[in-house]
Write a protein that binds this ligand. Sequence first.
Ligand code: AMP
Length: 219
Amino acid sequence: MNIVLFGAQGSGKGTQAEKLVATFHCHHISSGDIFRDAFEDGSELGRVAHSYIERGELVPDDITVEMMLQRITQPHIARAGFILDGFPRTIAQAKALDEGLAKLGREIDCSVYFDVPRAELIKRLSGRYICKAHQHVYNVRTKPPKVAGICDMDGSELYQRTDDQGPAIEKRLDIFFSETIQLLDYYRAQNKLLHVDGNRDIDEVSADLIERLKKYLSR
Ligand code: AMP
């Protein structure tokens, strides 16, 4: 099973991806996490990507597509299937993804759009904290950790991403609502779109999503 999750920053993609992995036992692949890990490792890819990420801009398509196709086409990932979180973000990336998978005789089975109003996204992003070890996501209002500043899952320290603060938030949302939103038409035209109301409690969204995905995938 190969699924694309898309939605604006703060729409809940990462949180829902973790829940889907627990249900469907496939791999969660987040392009943002891979870029951040590459930066922590001090690699050239991480250094280049960091300059775009800090400004709230998209990393160029050629760099992003190469990195993601390399990951997705690894045999153990291709075999178990994957949930993509944060990729594709442009029509060019979506086409390159379809072409790369077609070469392996695979395809995207379904895409899920998490629909959340912009005012709610800004509220969520300003309260969002991420764990240093594995990038588990918390929110001071909607999903606080049991102990302030510490990840429930692995005990690592929580931090606020620099691109979740200040003008980078607005810029990232502008790019989403002008560019990435075009994926709605792309996947609708392929009859592979599930539109989900993401402006609800986390557990309500995941129960609805899992039920609809099961139905969708058994069509
Ligand atoms: P995210 O954690 O998904 O919000 O991604 C953090 C940042 O990584 C984004 O603001 C972009 O700068 C970069 N990034 C992640 N995924 C992509 C992508 N598919 N295309 C271009 N840039 C990306």
